[in-house]
Design a binder for this molecule. Structure first.
Ligand code: CS2
Length: 492
């Protein structure tokens, strides 16, 4: 069977959508760090939409940790398929915007050089929450992170995204290649401002003059990104092959919905992503808070409690007659009142639409995939909301149960005593907490609630908050998630 390639494109079935431009005529104007499924189903698609009218914005996709995606894409001339799945079936679209692919692990010099090219005007990134090596509770650079320790000692051989970005910016300054815009596309609060702070802290240690150059030449707009993109499965590979008639080793699967709200604060030229449906606004914060708290906060709640209740997939958890009402009430009663309504958005309708999106059974989105890296996700998804509720003197009972769900999950065993392989940068700490607690739920809760990196000094010291979470952790261990939820909904 042939593989997807520029040559194979002409023979694809008519139902398969493909670039409305000649990929060979595109030049590269964007460097993207983190060539995972999310980027390929989100920013790369918006960019694919604008390339027909402006061929300057091809993407150089960079993989930081593994060469796999790079090898697959290079073998396919950078082409891959997005499979959009919903109740109406699957639509296939070949994307041509990734024009170069580079594995940073093998070619740091090549990456750093790319920053010095004046035709590159934009760097985007999706390296996941933990990829920024920050303290999740405060957003400050974690100087003890092994990658940061390494990169400060070897700035020309960076391992971390922040180290690479700083090395790239230094090269750009030296080459006098002009201003640059960095667009963070990860689910972090005030993501542009946060990365600006991280890069400045890192650069200050290395070369204080670089900090001044960055301040004058680099813009860090904030952005809110949204599209549900589960990990690609073998069934997706088979489906892509069936629809295309050729083999695609790197398809991605996504829902039809997509949203990208970007702060209009660029240092130089940019693609007209608005023609692809992106919104440019002066303040992203209301959109970002709505998305992180309502979508991602609910996602994490469904993931932890859903997993404990035996649901492998989000669509099952979101259809559970006990869990769905918890998530709906959490949104309506506790999260929505903390939000500033973004212009043109009805929060109630947004919440209802989220439940529908979560219930998309054509997308096998694993609760376990969302459960990953909870220590990095909880602060912006659930804990900021708790802080606002506390400050307003309002209740946060549903949120306390969701947070307890994380602790119960991260303790490393399921309700039948089976081991959970907890993927989290703090996993070793969790193991120690559980061992020290000697099987006692209360001390397990106490150990987790002492984690300043997650809860921050304020919540660690907040007695009522600790008690609310602790009692739920004890109940989850003793009675299980289903009985705890039933009681909770009966009395809450
Ligand atoms: C999910 C997100 O994996 C996760 O933690 O909550 O990736 C979510 O699917 C996206 O943010 C949706 O835009």
């Amino acid at each position: 069977m042939n593989s997807l390639s520029m040559r194979a494109m002409a023979g694809l079935p008519p139902a398969v959508a493909r670039p409305a431009y000649d990929p060979a005529g595109v030049t590269v104007g964007i460097v993207h760090l983190g060539l995972g499924a999310f980027h390929r189903a989100h920013q790369a698609v918006y960019t694919d939409d604008v390339l027909a009218r402006d061929p300057r914005w091809g993407i150089c996709g960079v993989s930081l940790k593994t060469p796999r995606a790079i090898d697959q894409l290079v073998a396919q001339d950078g082409l891959y398929t997005v499979l959009t799945k919903g109740s109406e079936g699957t639509a296939a679209r070949v994307i041509g915007s990734v024009r170069e692919a580079l594995f940073a692990g093998a070619d740091r010099a090549g990456l750093i050089e790319r920053f010095a090219d004046p035709r590159i005007a934009i760097v985007t990134a999706t390296v996941t929450e933990k990829g920024y090596c920050h303290d999740p509770a405060t957003g400050a650079l974690n100087r003890e992170h092994p990658d940061i320790v390494h990169d400060l000692a070897h700035p020309d051989l960076p391992e971390s995204a922040v180290g690479m970005l700083t090395a790239g910016l230094a090269a750009r300054r030296n080459a006098k290649a002009g201003p640059l815009t960095f667009v963070c596309c990860d689910n972090l609060p005030h993501n542009g401002r946060m990365v600006e702070g991280l890069v400045s802290s890192f650069a200050r240690e290395r070369d204080p003059a670089l900090v001044d150059w960055i301040r004058a030449n680099v813009a860090f707009p904030c952005s809110m990104v949204d599209r549900i993109v589960p990990a690609t499965t073998d069934a997706d590979l088979a489906e892509a092959q069936r629809l295309l008639g050729v083999r695609d080793a790197a398809p991605v699967t996504a829902e039809a919905f997509g949203q990208w709200v970007i702060e209009d604060r660029f240092a130089g030229a940019r693609p007209a992503w608005e023609h692809a449906g992106a919104q440019f606004v002066s303040d992203v914060a209301p959109f970002e808070m709505m998305k992180l708290r309502l979508l991602n906060g609910s996602h994490s709640t469904l993931a932890y409690l859903g997993f404990l209740m035996g649901h492998d997939f989000v669509w099952q958890a979101a259809a559970d007659p006990q869990l769905a009402p918890l998530v709906e009430r959490q949104m309506a009663e506790e999260i929505a009142p903390t939000l500033v309504r973004p212009a043109g958005t009805d929060l109630q309708a947004y919440g209802a639409q989220l439940m529908q999106r979560f219930r998309n059974s054509a997308l096998p989105h694993r609760t376990k995939q969302i459960a990953m890296d909870g220590s990095q996700k909880l602060p912006q998804r659930l804990l900021g909301t708790v802080r606002d509720r506390i400050a307003a003197g309002d209740s946060y009972a549903h949120l306390a149960l969701a947070i307890a769900g994380w602790i119960r999950y991260a303790s490393g065993s399921d309700e039948r005593g089976g081991a959970i392989d907890v993927a989290d940068p703090l996993a070793a700490t969790f193991v120690r907490i559980v061992a020290d607690a000697r099987g006692d739920a209360g001390p397990v809760a106490d150990g987790f609630l002492d984690l300043k990196a997650v809860f921050g000094a304020d919540l660690v010291a907040h007695y009522a908050f600790r008690e609310a979470v602790r009692s739920n952790v004890v109940a989850l261990f003793r009675d299980g998630a289903r009985a705890t939820l039933a009681r909770h909904l009966g009395v809450a």
